[in-house]
Design a protein around this ligand. Structure first.
Ligand code: PMP
Length: 411
């Protein structure tokens, strides 16, 4: 078989990019022949360099909330680009956007803007520590908060001191959280929590309200800062901070990915309590004040407020989940589907319910052949731009692939 263009690109990359690819786009644990490079994206679809179109259930790992190449959002971006973008200072969009988020997000009295989720979580970390000049931060064991020295998942290049002042608790376990807070004693600066447990390779867990309330209560009692890391789930569960439905408001929330539907901007939002600390820290970046992504974020927020995008993505996710469950049942393939329907993690398991990586890879590799891009071990994202016909196509594809899997699962 002739070499694919994607493989030719991978071969070139291997010479000039360390490891060929790094970070979350590394292909090491993906099915062989998963495309790495993409030439075009529109709505809910991406096209690889070999002309194959895929229904995309990854949404760029989050940013594609409303559809790739969204005409109104991209027009707002381009218009602003023509006017002024990264310059000696920001445009008035910065204030307008902060005002809009303060109106939209219940706990927010102010906002700061940056580029990536890691910037936003690091600003939250500095603010929490600056609040009372304390050191200890409680993190849920295994939770992903970015790729800075304090939170990168691999140890290479970091030193134990980078993590000297973190205490790890078990997500959703109020007793474990209280024990970690006791250990921090008078030196507790803050608690970080993701909206739900969305680690790779593991079943996702929705938050237990008792745990969320315990986090709030500890921070109130100890005058520490509660941070909800909404980088991944922001605006995918709520049109507000994701813990709104639990009745728990954080002091700080970190945002990124979906804010401008793919344009580069992230944010930290905070309440009055955290304002003084946020004034003291020094954080900045050459591109943080760029106007075009802010114009795109304002347009994205307007669509978030005025459309049924959220209800639609939930409905599409539920159709997918129900359809897959019934197909897997008929085919005798154990499939676990966890997390919110619009952010599902779907894995093939063995009879004991343990994740079967090889079978999960095969499931994804089979779907690729039918023009469907699934991920074998990371949660996926459902964009409101998909149609019911896309879900039907995906279920038809799954029907064909699942029939070929049982033998492999058993083996
Ligand atoms: N926090 C969470 C919960 C995330 O999911 C991510 C990215 N996957 C980050 C922080 C880091 O965001 P970024 O990759 O934009 O730096």
């Amino acid at each position: 078989m002739a070499q694919t263009r994607d493989q030719a690109l991978k071969d070139r990359a291997a010479k000039v990019i360390p490891g060929g690819m790094y970070g979350h786009l590394s292909m090491q644990l993906m099915a062989p022949n998963t495309p790495q490079y993409f030439e075009r994206a529109k709505g809910g679809y991406v096209w690889d360099y070999d002309g194959n179109r895929y229904i995309d259930f990854m949404c760029g790992f989050g940013p594609n909330l409303l559809g790739y190449g969204h005409e109104e959002i991209d027009a707002a971006f381009v218009e602003q680009l023509k006017q002024i973008d990264a310059a000696v200072g920001p445009s008035a969009h910065m204030i307008e956007l902060a005002e809009a988020y303060v109106d939209q997000i219940t706990h927010a009295d102010w906002a700061m803007f940056c580029k990536n989720g890691s910037d936003a979580t690091t600003i939250s970390l500095l603010t929490a520590r600056a609040h009372r000049g304390r050191k200890k931060i409680l993190l849920a064991a295994g939770a992903y908060h970015g790729a800075s020295t304090w939170n990168t998942p691999l140890p290479a290049g970091t030193v134990p001191e980078d993590r000297a002042n973190f205490i790890y608790y078990e997500y959703n376990n109020p007793d474990s959280l209280r024990a970690a807070a006791d250990e921090a004693g008078e030196d507790l600066a803050g608690i970080f929590a993701t909206p739900f447990k969305h680690e790779v390779f593991q079943e996702q867990l929705l938050p237990n309200p008792e745990y969320a309330r315990a986090a709030r209560q500890i921070c109130d009692t100890k005058d520490a800062i509660l941070v909800v890391d909404d980088v991944r789930a922001g605006f995918r569960l709520e049109r507000d901070c994701s813990w709104r439905s639990l009745g728990v408001q954080p002091d700080l929330s970190s945002w990124g990915k979906s804010l401008a539907n793919g344009h580069a901007i992230s944010a930290v939002m905070g309440n009055e309590r955290a304002r003084e600390a946020a004034k003291q820290i020094f954080v900045t970046g050459s591109f943080w004040f760029a106007a075009a992504p802010m114009a795109a974020a304002l347009k994205t927020l307007e669509i978030i407020q005025t459309s049924e995008y959220l209800e639609r993505s939930i409905k599409l996710g539920e159709r997918l989940r129900d359809g897959l469950a019934s197909l897997a049942d008929t085919a005798g393939v154990p499939l676990t589907q966890t997390g919110p329907a619009q952010m599902p993690l779907i894995m093939v398991t063995n009879d004991q319910g343990e994740r079967d990586h090889f079978a999960s890879q095969n499931f994804c590799a089979g779907l690729l052949q039918h023009g469907v891009y699934f991920h074998p071990y990371h949660n996926m994202f459902i964009t409101a731009a998909l149609s019911d016909a896309d879900i039907d196509h995906t279920l038809d594809a799954a029907h064909s692939v699942l029939r070929t899997l049982p033998a492999q699962v058993a083996a």
